[in-house]
Write a protein that binds this ligand. Structure first.
Ligand code: AMP
Length: 126
């Protein structure tokens, strides 16, 4: 079944420049910007510029160049923010897909979270 992408989602509007964002990094294929409602001192969202709904859509249909660029951008964000274990105290990446994961914005994104102790991966019953 083909993936269906809603081009009116808020990240599509950010990519078109219709609403502002606090850009952290931008490459040919990828944009990283501050989350508007940070859950940790470091909370950056990394998104592909292409129209992908979630990780499985991106992983199935993105080009090798898009995939590589995205993953390298996540690494650069963690390093620049000083949270990579090489230079800091560590971080967590999260990507929500679909209703069970409570995905709010239907454009693929990875949250990069750090700057404090994040606790265990999932809350019991959460
Ligand atoms: P998710 O639940 O994984 O879809 O997460 C969506 C994230 O997008 C949330 O952490 C929101 O705070 C964030 N968000 C929503 N609107 C904006 C915006 N205009 N700029 C930056 N982050 C946003």
């Amino acid at each position: 079944m083909p993936y269906s992408y809603d081009d009116q989602n808020i990240f599509a509007k950010i990519l078109r420049g219709e609403i502002p964002n606090k850009t952290v990094l931008e490459t040919d294929h990828t944009l990283a910007f501050e989350d508007i409602n940070p859950a940790a001192p470091v909370h950056v969202l990394v998104i592909p510029k292409g129209a992908y709904v979630n990780a499985d859509h991106f992983g199935s249909e993105a080009s090798d160049a898009e995939l590589a660029d995205f993953q390298r951008t996540v690494a650069r964000v963690a390093n620049r923010a000083g949270v990579s274990p090489d230079v800091g105290d560590g971080y967590r990446t999260i990507s929500n897909a679909g209703p069970n994961a409570v995905q709010e914005v239907p454009h693929y994104h990875v949250h990069v979270l750090g700057g404090r102790r994040l606790g265990r991966m999932l809350q019991p019953g959460g």
